[in-house]
Design a protein around this ligand. Structure first.
Ligand SMILES: [Zn+2]
Ligand SMILES: [Zn+2]
Length: 179
């Protein structure tokens, strides 16, 4: 879903929220701002002086329309009174959007939940030897240095690989060229 189509989706989601009786702000900028640096969140709602700017990460350019709408819906709900955080009021409106339109709005979204391929450059990938789950890390950490101290949620052991996320070409961290 190219960013050029996001303004139209914002208008759609705003109309949906209003039709469902959700008190979103009248002062949401009609243009979605594109954030090309955000790597850890998909959207944001920036508010100042009673006006609201919805921002989406460029990561969503590879996402489907429904995923973009879901993130937009999450963000516009932050413009409701008392909804700057993910407290009870925000959750109530999220629940209504989910019920009426079949969204799965939650406090956080993952790449997997949105059907977005994670193409962020990573330096380390930990792969569970049990279930194959991949955990990505940009930096060295205790987990990367000492994977033997940790376990996957399934109980499996973790193995560290280095390199890009295109996981078909994962190489063990200690493998040298020519070996
Ligand atoms: Zn939020
Ligand atoms: Zn596992």
């Amino acid at each position: 879903m190219e960013a050029s189509g996001w303004d139209g989706l914002l208008a759609r989601v705003i109309a949906q929220a209003r039709a469902a009786g959700i008190p979103i702000s009248e002062a949401i900028a009609p243009q979605v701002a594109v954030n090309t640096r955000a790597k850890t969140r998909f959207g944001a709602c920036r508010s100042s002086g009673g006006r609201h700017q919805i921002e989406l990460s460029a990561l969503l350019e590879g996402a489907g329309e429904w995923a973009v709408c879901q993130v937009l819906a999450h963000e516009i709900l932050h413009t409701c009174p008392g909804c700057a955080n993910h407290g009870a009021r925000w959750q109530k409106w999220a629940g209504r959007m989910n019920q009426v339109y079949g969204y799965r709005i939650s406090r956080t979204d993952s790449f997997a939940a949105l059907g977005v391929e994670d193409t962020r450059p990573v330096r380390y990938v930990l792969v569970c030897q049990g279930c194959g789950t991949k955990i990505r890390r940009m930096k060295r950490s205790a987990l990367v240095e000492h994977p033997e101290r940790y376990r996957c949620r399934c109980g499996g052991r973790l193995k560290v690989y280095a390199g890009q996320l295109q996981t078909t070409h994962l190489r063990p961290q200690h493998e040298k060229k020519g070996e």
